[in-house]
Design a binder for this molecule. Structure first.
Ligand code: ZN
Length: 419
């Protein structure tokens, strides 16, 4: 399918943009082309879509299930017990809810760490966006669980990818406080042998650092490094409490960091050092939402504003966390972290983008669309979303929206009874 977007604001000028198959093929004034689909862009701007590098998508069904607790009691008392009751079907329906939420807020990719990866892959395939899907390695130092997790991962990796053009299969380890050395070793070897992306929660809280130091005489970063888990295909989520030595180690290995400002604030985990880290490794800082039970939504457009404000607070400087840097982290860097030639509106790049309504009050006036999108806009300003050359939201509508909401309501009713 071809899409021709006419007279749209791109950067600081108006142009036509032609999409063929899954790429931007031409950006020029007055393109003549017999396309099936023409979009009038005269009141709109085109911007890169968002790439969410840390997510537990199906947790959208646990939105508001448990709030106002610190990370460890929140996980142990509420989240892990209810997660143990969820079925593959629950994960499929919850993933559809999460993807609907993502599309509505301009996200076309998420890196997921959860259970029943095949159910989430099915939802991604049907709804037209991209994802990196992994099963979470977490054995709580119980050798029976180590074996079960390894078997589940083997099975998942052998399963056919239902949509290889948009889905990447990867691996994830929950954290150094939930994963044994045996399982870390297995994950490291499996990722290396299969050239897989790896996601890990790292130094999310001070407590994690203190306990790791007591137990292993290493920081969490050093522990991951001792298992060769820091590579250019590793995405380290949170990374709130890093020493200068940890930062140097991560920098040397070329791993990516995923800044999750809202989850870190809500769980009072601490403040990510965006400015310092972005200055040191500007291509390696990406943005994530975390799951919707610690955020409590998957809106990257909300996260970019908070990311900038927290960066200013953390650095005690109004010039830190600049809109353009935060936006780049949430778009271009996120795509590059997963090897996607995307995250920018450029001829030859994958055709992923959002169209923003310049007549929405939050976008008026429009001296600088990047400033508006970071500091002013919300999801309601996004009218259309294109992923892989296909409209996944057209004029604010996503296919099957009502059915997805109704199914999620039914799943939540079931969960309420399990409480
Ligand atoms: Zn997480």
């Amino acid at each position: 399918m071809s899409i021709l977007i006419k007279n749209i604001l791109h950067q600081s000028y108006r142009t036509d943009i032609l999409i063929e198959k899954n790429k931007f093929v031409k950006i020029d004034k007055d393109i003549k082309n017999k396309t099936l689909k023409v979009i009038d862009g005269s009141h709109k701007a085109i911007l890169p879509a968002f790439y969410n590098t840390h997510c537990h998508a199906a947790m959208s069904i646990l939105r508001g299930y448990s709030d106002d607790k610190p990370l460890f009691s929140w996980l142990r008392e509420d989240i892990w017990p209810i997660e143990a009751c969820l079925t593959a079907d629950d994960i499929y329906l919850s993933s559809r809810l999460a993807i609907l939420e993502m599309i509505k807020s301009g996200t076309v990719f998420f890196a997921d760490m959860y259970f029943y990866g095949e159910a989430t892959m099915q939802a991604v395939k049907e709804m037209g966006i991209r994802a990196a899907i992994s099963l979470v390695e977490m054995d709580m130092f119980d050798m029976r669980q180590t074996k079960q997790k390894q078997e589940a991962t083997e099975k998942f990796l052998l399963q056919e990818n239902p949509c290889p053009e948009r889905i990447i299969k990867g691996l994830s380890c929950h954290s150094v406080y939930t994963v044994s050395g045996e399982l870390l070793e297995y994950a490291s070897q499996t990722a290396s042998q299969n050239n897989l992306f790896m996601q890990i929660h790292l130094s999310e809280t001070q407590k994690e650092n203190i306990e790791c130091l007591e137990q292993y005489n290493q920081s969490p970063t050093q522990r991951l490094d001792s298992y060769n888990l820091l590579t250019p295909k590793t995405i380290l989520a949170h990374a709130v409490h890093l020493s200068a030595e940890d930062i140097e180690t991560i920098y040397t290995h070329g791993s990516y960091l995923s800044y999750n400002p809202i989850s870190n604030l809500k769980l009072n985990s601490g403040l990510f050092s965006f400015e310092k880290l972005y200055r040191k490794m500007p291509d390696k800082i990406t943005l994530g939402t975390d799951g919707a039970s610690s955020n409590n939504n998957l809106s990257m457009i909300e996260s970019i504003k908070v990311a900038s404000l927290v960066a200013k607070l953390q650095a005690d400087s109004a010039v830190s966390g600049k809109a353009k840097d935060i936006f780049r982290a949430a778009t271009y860097n996120g795509a590059r972290a997963f090897g996607l030639d995307a995250g920018e509106i450029r001829e030859g790049a994958l055709a992923d983008c959002i169209l923003v309504d310049l007549n929405h009050p939050f976008m008026v006036p429009s001296y600088n669309p990047i400033s508006n999108i970071v500091y002013s806009a919300d999801s309601a300003c996004i009218s259309d979303v294109i992923c892989d050359g296909r409209l996944v939201m057209e004029n604010y509508q996503v296919d099957g929206e009502e059915e997805i909401i109704a199914e999620a309501q039914r799943t939540a009713e079931k969960i309420k009874k399990l409480k």
